[in-house]
Design a protein around this ligand. Structure first.
Ligand code: ZN
Length: 355
């Protein structure tokens, strides 16, 4: 039996030598020391031994069990250490490794122009206001002196929100994609105390045929000043100053009489075309930006209509105001010499990356 125990020990040590993972050591340990293991198998014959022999074999078997446990533990530790070292080796980070640098994006020309306009107006004491893009009929039309069935509504080709809820709403409450930034005039006058001196840059929507100067959504910048003794002269000076700062000192402005429901008197304001320098021609051909006229219509402006002021709770005896709205896209096209503002919306990276 002593020989059997010695053979068992050698067998175990040989097999342990060939293990390559802690899991394999555990399986081997079970094979020798488990309830149905090889040692138990040998010890089954102990009952047939004499008392003297039992005294020798008993401690020997115990010693062998301890030795197997100890050797298994030592090997497990060794294998775990080796595994950890391999892991460190595999996961090493080379901090000196160089990657090609990522290309940085930049602002869209319309954002650049909008921020530039904001800076100019802020330097003149204006505040920047914002409002919802989904408006109600009342703020977009009614309170701006464009009641239901007014012919002027046709000028603003409107995207109405046509869901079941909207269709059941009372007149004035129906929702639409705002056709201009002018509703913020009303919202501001109802919300703030006078004096008011604001600009509202933002996206507006029109249901219209696209061409070099028209897109179904574009960016507008609205302006409103309401205080005592505000005159048309203040409006002219403000627009002249802003356009010269934005497009250059040589820029000319042209005021043409016009009709808007929310201003009286009203004017369309043109600036001399920056693409053809007011000549109407580019390389002998008709300039597409100004249709060969040398002028580009950039603004609508005028003195705020008394009805609009009244709707917004302003005392007509004491106060007056002027308002204007300009297309940021068209100004961007003029500033960056792009022949059609529609091109800004066509995801032309080659075009947008130039600015
Ligand atoms: Zn032109």
């Amino acid at each position: 039996m002593q020989q059997k125990l010695l053979d068992l020990k050698n067998d175990f040590l040989n097999k342990l030598e060939n293990t390559t993972s802690p899991e394999q050591v555990e399986v081997l340990k079970k094979e020798f020391l488990g309830k149905w293991g090889k040692l138990q198998d040998i010890l089954k014959g102990i009952k047939d031994l004499s008392v003297e022999e039992k005294k020798v074999v008993g401690p020997l078997a115990n010693e062998l069990k301890n030795e197997i446990e100890q050797k298994a533990e030592e090997k497990t530790l060794l294998l775990e250490e080796a595994k950890f070292e391999q892991q460190v080796e595999d996961e090493q980070i080379d901090v000196t490794l160089q990657f090609p640098s990522k290309k940085k994006g930049h602002k869209h020309p319309i954002s650049i122009t909008s921020e530039l306009l904001e800076d100019i107006f802020i330097s003149l004491g204006f505040k920047v206001e914002d409002g919802p893009q989904i408006e109600d009929e009342q703020h977009n039309f009614d309170k701006l002196n464009i009641p239901d069935n007014h012919p002027a509504r046709d000028v603003w080709d409107t995207f109405w929100i046509t869901d079941k809820i909207n269709d059941t709403k009372a007149s004035g409450k129906k929702q639409l994609l705002r056709t201009h930034t002018s509703p913020i005039q009303v919202r501001t006058m109802l919300k703030w105390d006078l004096p008011i001196k604001i600009i509202v840059p933002g996206r507006v929507f029109r249901y219209e045929q696209e061409d070099a100067r028209h897109t179904c959504n574009f960016y507008q910048l609205e302006g409103l000043v309401v205080w005592e003794w505000v005159t048309f002269g203040d409006l002219k000076w403000t627009l002249d100053t802003v356009m010269k700062r934005l497009l250059g000192e040589k820029t000319e402005l042209r005021f043409r009489p016009s009709i808007f429901p929310f201003t009286e008197p009203s004017a369309e304001v043109d600036v001399s075309c920056q693409i053809c320098n007011g000549t109407g021609k580019v390389k002998g051909k008709k300039c597409s930006m100004c249709s060969g006229t040398g002028w580009v219509e950039l603004l609508g402006a005028g003195m705020v209509h008394p009805k609009v002021l009244k709707e917004s709770g302003v005392d007509l005896e004491k106060y007056s105001g002027f308002a204007f709205g300009m297309g940021i896209d068209r100004i961007a096209a003029q500033r960056f010499n792009v022949s059609s503002s529609r091109m800004f919306y066509q995801s032309r990276l080659k075009l947008n990356e130039q600015f």
